[in-house]
Write a protein that binds this ligand. Sequence first.
Ligand code: SF4
Length: 263
Amino acid sequence: MARFTQADLSELNKTFEERTPDELLQWAGAIFGKRVAALSAMQMAGSVVCHMLSRLQVNIPVLFVDTGVNFPETIATRDRIARDYKLDVITLTPKLTMEEQTAKYGILYLTAEGQKECCEMRKSAPLHEARGRFDCLVGSLRRAEGGARSRFQILSVDPAMNCIRVNPLANFGDEEMERYIADHKVIVNPLHYQGFSTISCNRCTTPVLPGEPKRAGRWRHLGPWSVYCGINPTDMDGGTSIAIDLPQELIDRLLGRTTDFSI
Ligand code: SF4
């Protein structure tokens, strides 16, 4: 194993700005083989990534964290995507049911501190259980979402999962995404057509009013709306010194030192 830092990705990140989502997904499949998975919360952008994976036939499974308090529409979207796109959707679950958690800790999501604990137990921890299985996770973050997401790098290191994160839709604008969805009749969580700009647990997500920021419906009861659950490390404070451990052979392949694979 060798240390690999966010700074080691800087050159690749520069060249990847010119790549299309298709090219980035094909790159991930070619470099990481069976050690890559996508992560989707079954929101609109995640559905687009799932459609691309299916269309490109890159054989990348999809991880979905079922917090136990997702909207039924979200679960139905997961099932439709798995069936219609013929994807291997792997559902990850928290250790405790929401009832067990509430009996033990109370209703956590009512306070800012409790929200962090609840998101850690119900979202991050189930994903972290899969640490070691994957060297790369494909996300569906877009810079057009604004806020903390307006500046993230296409490739980043994720110390909690000890893997690389790649977000192929980083430069996908709103209009581009709408066009892709219409052109390909992408399966979209119906809540997006009921005023939900982003979708998470039913306890903490509301629709947004016209003119409100896209994330205004998340943890509305807690005040400031620029809150993130922590499952995407690029939403949190990052830095070029953040490091993970990867096999040297994988680092060489990743940085194009031992292969003439090009995109
Ligand atoms: S979004 Fe709310 S209910 Fe869901 S894990 Fe986070 S705090 Fe808990």
